[in-house]
Design a protein around this ligand. Structure first.
Ligand SMILES: [Zn+2]
Length: 308
């Protein structure tokens, strides 16, 4: 999640220093008014959708709208590699398709706060800070697969991580996670409560969002606490056998344990599950599924059922 203004400026500078590779979107770092709106070739679009089987629930009309939104996003937002990494057209469209499915029934203006999309070749290191209860500042470097930088910053992604095959049933999706954070930043510091849009969202339908999300978050934290209590006393995540044990226990949870980090992460991780593996989420937290369906104005579970 984004947190550092410093990192935001750094990302913006890095983005501006990159040249767009040759291909579909030449001059993508120019202001959007100075470059033509791209047209994604049908073959590239088909290849992209084939890599994202969780999008099978979309109707033909939805797919056409998604493609158009991708073209708008790639027209209006700079997308560039960092540190000499070159983003090709296939990667650009793969990122755009996953970013735009979140706003498929909403509005691309939800990403107005985002300055650019930046792609590293691999995981990248970010300086993290935390002030503990005694007021002591802790600083450390953390390797990240993705980051959404707040206050107008970029979404930053690791190409290695975003290219991991989208295996059926696993509730992980790096791009959806980071863009959900960007949406959450629409009303300031991310807190798991995205903005409600006039004319698109029913405030009555979403009225119990704060209470429902707090209750589900508290319940999920208890489940993660129980998982951690069941680990061996000498648990070491660096040990292969312990990592296997942890993954096996975590697989029984409806969401990735990372969701227990804070309310903003709970929203981002629940959004991943909502699109990628909605059934366990709907079983464990039906109210959260319904609220997400009302907010995203989509129902992947029902759409997938009726498409069968
Ligand atoms: Zn996050």
């Amino acid at each position: 999640m984004g947190r550092a203004l410093t990192a935001g400026w750094l990302c913006k500078l890095q983005g501006l220093l990159q040249d767009w590779p040759t291909g579909l979107l030449p001059g993508a770092l120019l202001p959007s008014a100075l470059r033509a709106r791209p047209s994604i070739p049908d073959e590239l679009w088909s290849t992209t959708l084939a890599q994202l089987p969780f999008l099978d629930y979309l109707s033909d009309d939805d797919r056409r709208r998604l493609k158009s939104l991708c073209e708008d996003l790639l027209h209006t937002k700079p997308l560039a590699g960092v540190g000499g990494f070159e983003v090709d057209d296939a990667t650009a469209v793969l990122i755009a398709a996953q970013a735009c499915v979140l706003v498929l029934k909403l509005d691309l203006s939800l990403y107005d706060d985002m300055s650019a999309i930046l792609v590293h070749a691999d995981a990248f290191s970010v300086r993290q800070q935390h002030v503990d209860e005694a007021g002591v500042l802790h600083e450390w470097d953390e390797a990240l697969a993705g980051e959404a930088v707040d206050q107008g910053g970029a979404v930053v992604l690791s190409w290695q991580d975003l290219m991991q095959p989208q295996e059926p049933g696993l509730p992980w999706n790096l791009v959806i996670h980071e863009f959900a954070h960007k949406i959450d930043m629409g009303r300031g510091a991310p807190n798991g409560l995205p903005p409600f849009l006039d004319g698109l969202h029913s405030r009555t339908e979403l009225a119990d969002w704060p209470q429902a999300f707090t209750a589900a978050y508290d319940d999920f934290c208890k489940r993660v606490d129980l998982l951690e209590d069941s680990l061996p006393p000498d648990f070491d995540p660096q040990r292969d056998d312990h990592a296997v044990l942890y993954d096996a226990l975590a697989a029984a949870l409806p969401l990735d344990p990372y969701a227990a980090r804070d309310a903003a992460e709970f929203f981002a991780v629940a959004s991943e599950a909502f699109f990628v593996a909605p059934a366990p989420l709907a079983r464990a937290y039906p109210k959260i599924y319904r609220l997400l369906a009302a907010w995203y104005r989509q129902d992947p579970l029902r759409a997938a059922d009726s498409a069968r």
